[in-house]
Design a binder for this molecule. Structure first.
Ligand code: NAD
Length: 435
C-alpha cells in the first residue's frame, strides 16, 4: 500500500473502532488543540513571520487567537448543538410513534488548507471536524513551509495520533491523497484547484466544502463618511498585505466620491503604517516571487494615489490605491489577493448593482451607505457569500454566522454550529413501539 492509502486506512480503522465518537474524546481533543496553540504561540508566530512577514499582533489576532476563540465557542455550545431534535409525527403513524434527528459523524475528513492564513484555515475546519466526531487528515499549504512544519509536528504531538494525521506537501502529495476515499473533503483555496478537488471527490461520491475566493467589491455611497470608510477599507485591505480571501478587492463608487476618497486613502495608509510602510513591523510581505511578479504586473492598471513601490528581494509591495482604473484592465480581471486597491467608478447605485451582478458571485460584498434603502436594495438584488455593512472582514469573526461562498466563490460553509452541520450527517430516526 502507498503512504496515503496507509494513512487513510489507519484513520478509518480508528473511526471504525468508535474512539472518535464519544463527546468526551471530542472535548479532550479540542482542549489539547487549545493547549497546543497557547503553549506554542511564540513558535507559531515566528513561523508565520517567516512565511508571510506577519507581525506578532496579527498572528495572535487572525490566526492563534481566532482559532482559540472558535475552540472556546465550540466547547461552550457543543452539547447543545449535538442534542437530538424531535420532529412532529404525522397522524397516520399513531400517537405512540416518535421521530427525531441526530448528528452522526461522517468518518474520515480531509482538510486542505491554503497559505494565506495557514494556521487558522487549517485548524478552524479541524476544530469542526473533531467536534463532530470525525477522524481527520490535515494537509497544510506547502507555500507556508515554516508554519506547515510547526503545525505538523505539534498536531502529531498534541492530538490523538490514531485519529488525526498530518500530511505535508504540495501538488504530488495532495494528488495522491485525493485518489483515496474520504467521507468529506474540506478545501480552501482557488477555484481551479477547487475543480480538481471536486472531480476527484466525485469518483467516490464524497461531499465537498469549497471555500474559494474571487473579487469582493466595496460599494461606497456618496453620503458615507469618507474618513471612516477609508480607515476601515485600508485596514481590511492591507491586513496580511492584502492576502485575505474576504479582503475588499476593489472600490465601486461614483466619480465625485472617488476623487474625495483619494486624499482620505493617503491619510489612512499613513496612519496605519507611517510614511514608509516598508519599515513598519505591522506590514506583511508577499508570500513568494510568483505572486510578487503577478501583483507588480497589475500596478499599470491605474494611477497610484498612494503606494506603488516594491522590492522583489524582500517581497515588499507597498499598500497601493489605484485611481482611474478601467473595468477591463488586468487588475479588474482576476482576484487581486495582494495590497492593491483599485477604485472603479460607476454613475450610481443601479449601475453598481449591475456591475456586481455582471460578474462572479463574490465571497464578500461590502456596502458603506447611510441609506437604509440602498443597503436593503443591495441585500435583495445581489448574491454573495457574506454581506458587510460598514466594516470589511468582521463578519467572519462572528462564530454564529456561517462562513462560505456561493457560486464561483465556493459551496458549503462552516464556523460554530455550521461546522457541525458540515462535518456530520443529520440522521432521520423513527420509532414505533412493537407492543
Ligand atoms: P494554495 O496554493 O496554498 O492552494 C491551496 C491548497 O491546494 C494547498 O494545500 C495546495 O497544496 C493545494 N493544491 C494546489 N494545487 C493543487 C493541485 N493541482 N492539486 C491538488 N491540490 C493542490 O492556495 P491558493 O489557492 O493560492 O489560495 C489563494 C486562494 O484561496 C484565493 O483565491 C483566496 O481567495 C482563496 N481563499 C479562500 C478562503 C476562504 O475561506 N473562502 C480563504 C483563504 C483563501
Amino acid at each position: 500500500m502507498n503512504h496515503s492509502a496507509d494513512t487513510v486506512a489507519r484513520l478509518r480503522a480508528a473511526f471504525r473502532s468508535g474512539r472518535t465518537k464519544p463527546v468526551e474524546w471530542r472535548v479532550a481533543q479540542l482542549r489539547r488543540l487549545r493547549a497546543m496553540l497557547t503553549e506554542n504561540a511564540p513558535e507559531l508566530a515566528a513561523a508565520l513571520h517567516a512565511d508571510l512577514g506577519k507581525s506578532a499582533t496579527e498572528a495572535q489576532r487572525t490566526e492563534i487567537g481566532f482559532t482559540v476563540r472558535e475552540i472556546d465557542h465550540t466547547l461552550d455550545h457543543l452539547d447543545d448543538w449535538l442534542r437530538p431534535e424531535p420532529a412532529p409525527v404525522p397522524a397516520h403513524l399513531g400517537t405512540d410513534a416518535r421521530a427525531w434527528t441526530q448528528y452522526d459523524p461522517l468518518g474520515v475528513v480531509l482538510v486542505i488548507a491554503p497559505w494565506n492564513y495557514p494556521a487558522q484555515l487549517l485548524l478552524t475546519p479541524v476544530v469542526g471536524a473533531l467536534a463532530a466526531g470525525n477522524a481527520v487528515l490535515a494537509k497544510p499549504s506547502e507555500l507556508a513551509p515554516a508554519t506547515s512544519a510547526v503545525l505538523a509536528r505539534l498536531l502529531r504531538t498534541y492530538l490523538d495520533p490514531e485519529a488525526v494525521a498530518v500530511v505535508e506537501g504540495g501538488v504530488p502529495e495532495t494528488t495522491a491523497l485525493l485518489a483515496e476515499r474520504f467521507d468529506h473533503i474540506f478545501y480552501t483555496g482557488n477555484g481551479t484547484v477547487g475543480r480538481i478537488v471536486m472531480r476527484a471527490a466525485a469518483e467516490h461520491l464524497t461531499p465537498v466544502t469549497l471555500e474559494l475566493g474571487g473579487k469582493s467589491p466595496a460599494f461606497v455611497d456618496r453620503d458615507a463618511d469618507l474618513k471612516v470608510v477609508a480607515d476601515r477599507l485600508a485596514a481590511g485591505k492591507f491586513l496580511n498585505a492584502g492576502q485575505t480571501c474576504v479582503a475588499p478587492d476593489y472600490v465601486l463608487t461614483d466619480p465625485g466620491t472617488a476623487a474625495a476618497l483619494e486624499t482620505e486613502f493617503v491619510r489612512a495608509v499613513e496612519s496605519l503604517y507611517g510614511t514608509d510602510p516598508a519599515a513598519s513591523p505591522e506590514y506583511g510581505r508577499i508570500v513568494d516571487e510568483r505572486h510578487f511578479d503577478r501583483l507588480t504586473g497589475l500596478l499599470d492598471s491605474g494611477r497610484a494615489v498612494v503606494g506603488g513601490e516594491s522590492d522583489r528581494a524582500s517581497k515588499y509591495l507597498a499598500p497601493t490605491v489605484l485611481a482611474d482604473v478601467d473595468p477591463s484592465s488586468p487588475v479588474m480581471r482576476e482576484e487581486i489577493f495582494g495590497p492593491i486597491l483599485p477604485i472603479v467608478t460607476v454613475p450610481g447605485l443601479d449601475e453598481a448593482i449591475d456591475f456586481i451582478n455582471d460578474r462572479d458571485k463574490p465571497l464578500a460584498l461590502y456596502v458603506f451607505s447611510e441609506s437604509d434603502d440602498t443597503r436593503a436594495r443591495i441585500a435583495a438584488e445581489t448574491s454573495s457569500g457574506g454581506l458587510g455593512y460598514g466594516l470589511p472582514l468582521a463578519h467572519l469573526t462572528v462564530s454564529d454566522l456561517p462562513f462560505g461562498g456561493v457560486g464561483e466563490s465556493g459551496m458549503g460553509n462552516y464556523h460554530g454550529r455550521y461546522s457541525i452541520e458540515t462535518f456530520s450527517h443529520r440522521k432521520a430516526l423513527l420509532e414505533k413501539p412493537l407492543g
